[in-house]
Design a protein around this ligand. Structure first.
Ligand SMILES: Cc1cc2nc3c(=O)[nH]c(=O)nc-3n(C[C@H](O)[C@H](O)[C@H](O)COP(=O)(O)OP(=O)(O)OC[C@H]3O[C@@H](n4cnc5c(N)ncnc54)[C@H](O)[C@@H]3O)c2cc1C
Ligand code: HEM
Length: 412
């Protein structure tokens, strides 16, 4: 049921309140819900609870929703990203009722008497409207996933060291059924129990190779131990990446969800465009772009491809030889590697091209970046600050936002 005109006005009038108290509300919401509905600790990312990122992401979305309550189309990209992630984690329609109840309860606790019956009812209706929209999109995504609508057991078939901190895992389904394809750039979720936390935890990993029927490949960076500088800080080295690197071996079983995500190059049909593709990444952010690159070259794409990558040093640089080989074999592939601290053995012009941080200004705006080609697509993945910087440079050069895709390896 859609909102009444009065309810739309009430929601709009509460924008400043959501801006000011949104974070306090969502923090309280998660605290209450995860304390009282303990099973949901298997669903939510514990680290994003500890560091507040998930509460922050939800507060921002609620604020944007209130702001665009009469223009929901503006929220489509954000809602699509959330629905893809929910579907990848198999969020159930029935769980929306629980979330709605705890969200309204948290509003009551934080806003007190300021939450009048009128505001309460308008937000209850607004929540239901958003929930219905998301439930229906998530059902559609699961339908499109060829009935892969729950966690499925996969075995680690190979574990391959790609650099001092990145290791690839080849994952084969236990039921030996041929794997569905995916759009290069998409991710899967991996779920496993976390000893010490006593609940299951899931994380997303981009598929790092081209689609194939026998296995999926992910490439995982081992998260370092974090020193928060306080004696009792609730920091830990990063749950899943460390379990994968240190404890999991060939033959071990993991739970895997179907490929999902809205960061991809669509190569399903005959290529609709012959425009260039610029793949910009830093560190482990290279994984989705590598899938795009591998798929395009394997399919014999004639599109021009620029591979632009930044690495901290030679020891952490992954897939360097593979990228170089592709560039040697495919005249349409150009590579530009920025290395902050190349080792003495690293060869300039082969292993890396520029010493230092990535600077798009060092590349040729036409031959390398295709700035004036309005068909060119840009895929950026890396730390958020890096992505924002690269995005700004491209926008300042006049690239329209719709042709720039970003993949955040986090929440929100
Ligand atoms: C769409 C998508 C695709 C992704 N693709 C890849 C990929 O291809 N390869 C890849 O390696 N990763 C990828 N990621 C990231 C991945 O999902 C995980 O987030 C990553 O592996 C870290 O998970 P973890 O369980 O090891 O660490 P977490 O337990 O989630 O911890 C994350 C970081 O937080 C730190 N931390 C711990 N406690 C605290 C605290 N109290 N305060 C602040 N910080 C704390 C940890 O030390 C760690 O560095 C992707 C993420 C997304 C969303
Ligand atoms: C209208 C209701 C909801 C809204 C607005 C909402 C919003 C969000 C947002 C903004 C994110 C972050 C997405 C990203 O990574 O960019 C997210 C992630 C997530 N949501 Fe929801 N959500 C809703 C309902 C639910 C429900 C019902 C569940 C299931 C109990 C759920 C479980 C999750 C989980 C597990 C994640 C990933 C958490 C993480 O990685 O930290 N959400 N949601």
């Amino acid at each position: 049921m859609s909102l009444t005109t009065e309810q739309v006005l009430v929601i709009r009038a509460t924008v400043p309140v959501v801006q000011e108290y949104g974070n306090a509300i969502t923090v309280r919401f998660y605290e209450n819900m995860l304390r009282e509905v303990q099973d949901l600790n298997n669903v939510f990312n514990k680290t994003n609870q500890i560091n507040g990122h998930q509460a922050d992401a939800l507060a921002k979305v609620l604020c944007a929703y209130a702001n665009h309550i009469d223009d929901l189309g503006a929220l489509s990209p954000a809602v699509e990203r959330i629905c893809q992630k929910h579907a990848s984690l198999y969020v159930k329609p029935g769980q929306y009722e629980i979330v709605g109840a705890y969200l309204l309860q948290a509003m009551k606790e934080i806003l007190g008497d300021a939450l009048t019956i009128e505001i309460h009812d308008a937000w209850a209706a607004a929540y239901q409207q958003l929930a219905n929209l998301m439930i229906s999109r998530e059902a559609q995504l699961l339908k499109e996933a060829d009935d892969w609508s729950n966690w499925r057991d996969f075995q680690i078939a190979a574990k391959v060291r790609e650099s001092s901190e990145i290791t690839s895992f080849h994952l084969t389904p236990l039921d030996k059924q041929p794997l569905p394809g995916f759009l290069p750039g998409q991710y899967i979720s991996i779920r496993m129990p976390v000893p010490g936390f006593h609940y299951l935890q899931a994380r997303q990993y981009s598929l790092s190779d081209m689609p194939r029927a026998d296995y999926y490949r992910i490439s995982v960076k081992k998260e370092p131990v974090l020193n928060l500088g306080q004696p009792n800080a609730k920091a830990h080295p990063g749950y899943l990446s460390n379990i994968l690197h240190v404890e999991k071996s060939v033959g071990d079983i993991l739970q895997v969800s179907h490929p999902a995500g809205e960061y991809f190059l669509d190569l399903r049909q005959k290529e609709l465009s012959d425009g260039p593709v610029v793949l910009i990444s830093a560190g482990v952010g290279l994984t989705p772009n590598l899938s795009i690159l591998n798929t395009m070259t394997a399919k014999g794409s004639k599109r021009k491809i620029s591979w632009v990558h930044a690495t901290r040093n030679s020891s952490v640089q992954a897939f360097g030889n593979h990228i170089q080989k592709l560039a040697n074999e495919h005249a349409d592939v150009r590579t530009h590697v920025f290395n902050k601290e190349p080792s003495e053995e690293a060869r300039q012009g082969v292993d890396y091209h520029f010493k230092g941080r990535m600077s798009l200004q060092k590349l040729h705006t036409e031959h390398d970046l295709f700035i004036n080609d309005t068909r060119a697509l840009y895929y950026i993945c890396g730390p958020e600050k890096f992505m924002a910087d690269m995005h700004n440079v491209l926008r300042n050069w006049g690239v329209d936002g719709e042709r720039i895709k970003l993949e955040v390896f986090g929440t929100g």
